[in-house]
Design a protein around this ligand. Sequence first.
Ligand code: NAG
Ligand code: NAG
Ligand code: NAG
Ligand code: NAG
Length: 429
Amino acid sequence: MMLLVILSFLSIFSFTNTHAHHCSNDFLSEAKNRSLINITFCKRYTESNGVEVAIHLHENTRKIDIMVGAKLKEEEETGWLAWGLNPGEEARMIGTQALIGIKTKNKGLLKDTYNITGYTKLGCQLLPSPIDLNISNFKFIHITELEYHVILATIILPNQYDLSRLNQVWQVGINIGAVETKELKMHGKGLMNYDSSETINLRTGKGRGNRIHKSSKIRKVHGILNIIGWGVVLPIGVIIARNFREFPLPWLGWKKCHISCQTIGYLVGTTGWAVGIWLGKASKYYSFPKHGTYGLLIFAFATIQMLFFKLKPGESDKYRMYRNMFHHVVGYSLMIGICINILKGIHIIHLDYTSWKPTYLGIVSCLAFIFLVFEIVSWFKFLCDKFGLWILCAKCIPNKESNEKKGSKKDGKAQSQVQPSETPIRADN
Ligand SMILES: *[C@@H]1O[C@H](CO)[C@@H](O)[C@H](O)[C@H]1NC(C)=O
Ligand SMILES: *[C@@H]1O[C@H](CO)[C@@H](O)[C@H](O)[C@H]1NC(C)=O
Ligand SMILES: *[C@@H]1O[C@H](CO)[C@@H](O)[C@H](O)[C@H]1NC(C)=O
Ligand SMILES: *[C@@H]1O[C@H](CO)[C@@H](O)[C@H](O)[C@H]1NC(C)=O
């Protein structure tokens, strides 16, 4: 099973595309039909809302014809598409001179220019304003055949914009709760929203040394390591400890197996966590504090759990009972925390429209199913043994005597030998 899981993740990894592609044929032919006949380049940003950008550069006049398109969510009645240029040092939101088209419920399609400032990032109202670009033929239309909303414009680039190092920024959002004005509501907060900028060479369309391209792969490594380490190997170790220590399937090798699983899970998971820390440091303009906090807590408590392997038996029964209770409570809480944080991570990476979320949910259901089956078997066995509820399990009747013997053996064990390292909590229930 492990192998299958790893293989499926490797396949996701190897087939995932890089950040930008050639744009779709339909978009390209539309662009060519709309005054961009001699297109300079056409790109599609699959991992960033699937936005497509086509640009025709008229080198001698510093004029560009642009066509920017995206599929605004059909099910939403409102939405917006933005594209702009940033004259600053980096391709980022603050400082962008943006052209924005808004789809409204009753007023059709609106469009305007917006000067994006630091206040916008702080959450202040974003309203139309003049921008320092010379814009003509600005249109915002819906192309029915493509199901795309498209911004079209001709722009004359001022001299402060470097044609070989142009910072372009784009974004897609929903205008939830907005009145029918040109006020914009904040976009989503996934990576597909934060990755929506690129420094390009206008003459070739090539992206220039963008961190995104590198990060995109490293993020997947981060995800895969964490899912395998924390999300798969660790829970398997828990299932082993719970069910093979004594009940319902006593197995001498359980402890070795538990320790190996938790050690491997811990090492792989910690590596993934470290990669995550690096990613957090590398992303200058955005962060995911909740995801990070969960990650830190998971690492911290998993470290505490690992220290339990160092503990030696021999303390008093009572002390050991509390210790084990702590180990178990923290262990199960960790499982839940891990599950939540992996889903958070998948949500941030915004790959839930790909196979990541279904694959992970499949793994979780699989593990939960195994866990449940063992629980049911355990409880049946437990009830039969302890209370002689024969109605529940007819098979127990012929074994009545031996069951009684077992019962007395169990009582004796609580006081002494048999398994010195761990006091079974269930025997105390
Ligand atoms: C190109 O545009 C013209 C009108 O501007 C339209 O009649 C024609 O069907 C379009 N061709 C394509 C391939 O979209
Ligand atoms: C496209 O390029 C051709 C040849 O370079 C030129 O003759 C033509 O005028 C150009 N069309 C536009 C719309 O720029
Ligand atoms: C855009 O906003 C910035 C910051 O407030 C300001 O310095 C700049 O002059 C504005 N640009 C235009 C064209 O109004
Ligand atoms: C914009 O460009 C056009 C064409 O070059 C020019 O006539 C016009 O004066 C420019 N407008 C501004 C505000 O620079």
